[in-house]
Design a protein around this ligand. Sequence first.
Ligand code: PHE
Length: 498
Amino acid sequence: MATRLPSADVEAGLLAHLNTNAEIADSRSFASSLGVPHKELEDVIKSLSAFRIVESSDITKETWVLTNEAKGYAASGSPEVQLVAAIPPEGASKGVLKEKLGDVFDIGMKAAAKNKWIGFEKGNKDLVLRKVEETKDELQEQLKRLENGEVIADKVIDDLKRRKLITKEKSIWYSLKKGPEFVVKRKILATDVTREHLKSGEWKDLEFKGYNYGAHGQPISVGYVQPLLEVRDAIQSIFLEMGFCEMPTNMFVESSFWNFDALFQPQQHPARDSHDTFFLKAPAKTTQLPDDYLEKVKQVHESGGYGSKGYGYDWKRDEAEKNLLRTHTTAVSTRMLYKLAQEKPFAPKRYYSIDRVFRNEAVDRTHLAEFHQIEGLICDYGLTLGDLIGVLEDFFSRLGMSKLRFKPAYNPYTEPSMEIFSYHDGLKKWVEIGNSGMFRPEMLLPMGLPEGVNVIAWGLSLERPTMILYGIDNIRDLFGPKVDFNLIKNSPMCRLGM
Ligand code: PHE
C-alpha cells in the first residue's frame, strides 16, 4: 500500500499535474493514482477552487459501495474460504468451528456446502470434513476490485446485491482544470502587518490577503429577556412616570390575617377554602401579628364600627394565623397601608407592585396556579370614584389601551368596585383587563388612617396583557417548564401599542 501523502503534497501533486496537463478528467482515479482517499483530495480541491486556482465541475455518480460486513470479507477472506481454511485434515466438529469463526460460521457453512467444499462422515452429522485442497477466494477478489473502483460484471453485482454485501451510494467527484488564478505553488498571503514585518522591511514585498467584506461575523450569544419581564419593565416605567413607589413584595408566604382578615374578608368566605388557596403545612401558623390592630380587625368583623354593622360572627385568631401562599398582592398593599397609618403626620402616597401570586386552580390554557399581579394604589384625602376612573384611563392609555369601560363588581374590601374592560382592536371585542375599587372604611379606619383619607386601587395580571401583546393563546407557552426558548430568543425588543 502506498504511504499516505500529507495534504500539502496532495496539493503540490495536483497543481503539478494540471501545470503539464490540460485537465484532470476524474478526481477519483486521480486520487487513487496519488494513493490518497478521495475525501482528502476533495478538501484540497475545495480550498483551491475558493481561490480560483483551479476550476472544478461536479460529476455525480451512483456507485456500489461495500457494506461493513463486505469490508470484513475483503480484508480477511470470504466466510466459505475462512471456514474451509479452519478445517484440519482429520475434520472438525461444528462446535469447534463455530467457536473459531464466530459470526462467519453459519454463512460459511452454507456457502461452502453449496460449493461442495465440505462434507460429513456417514452417520456423524457433527464432524465437518474438508473436500478440497485448494480454494480460490473469488468473493474476496470481487470485493477488492469493487473497492478499488474497477469495473465489475453485472452478474457479479447482482450476486453481491443478493447477498447484501453492497449498497448504492451517490457520490460526487470532480473534473478539474486550471483556474484564472492558477499557480504551481500557492503563495501564502499575509493577513496582517506585524511589528516584525515593519522592522525587517519585509512588508514591501508581502502580498496581503484581501478583506472579505461580505463575511458574516460570529453570531453573538447575548442574554434574552422573557416576555413577562419585558412587559413588567414597560409597566414599571409607567408607574414610575406617574409618581408611584414600589412596594416590597418579597414574601410569597403570608398569613391569612394580612391576605384576608385585614381586608375585611370574612373568615367563612369561599376564597379562604383550601380548594382556592394553598395553605402551608409547616410552618402552619404565623407567630407575629400586631395585637392592638388585630383586636380592631376582630371587632370590625364581629360587630362593625365606623358606621358599619360588621358581619356578626365569632372571629377566630386561629383562622387568621394560618399561613398561605398569598392569593393577591393586595396583602402587601394592606401591610403598606397599615405601616403608612402608623406614620404621623399622614402623607399621601402612590404605591405599586408587580409580583407573583398563587391560587389553587385547575391548570388550563388561560389559568395557572401561579401568576403575576400588577397592583397600583393611591392613598390621599378626598379621593373619589372619578379619580379612580381618571387614573385608570391615564394608566391604561400609556399601555396603548385608551378605550375603557367599567362594570360594577364586588370585592369584600372595596366599595364601589369596578371591573375594567378595554376594546381590543385586533380581537375586535371588549376584553376584561382588571379589577379595581375604593378600599372600604372597615379596612382603612382600623389601621389608624385619618378620617377622610381614601384609597383608590386596581389590580390586573401581568400574563393577560403579555399574551395579547405577543399573540400567545396558551399561557403554558409563556410561563412554566414548556416554554420554548426560541420564543424568548426571537421575540421583538420593543412594541408600540397593544
Ligand atoms: N386583589 C384583586 C384581585 O385579586 C385586585 C384588586 C386590587 C381589586 C385592588 C381592587 C383593588 O383580583
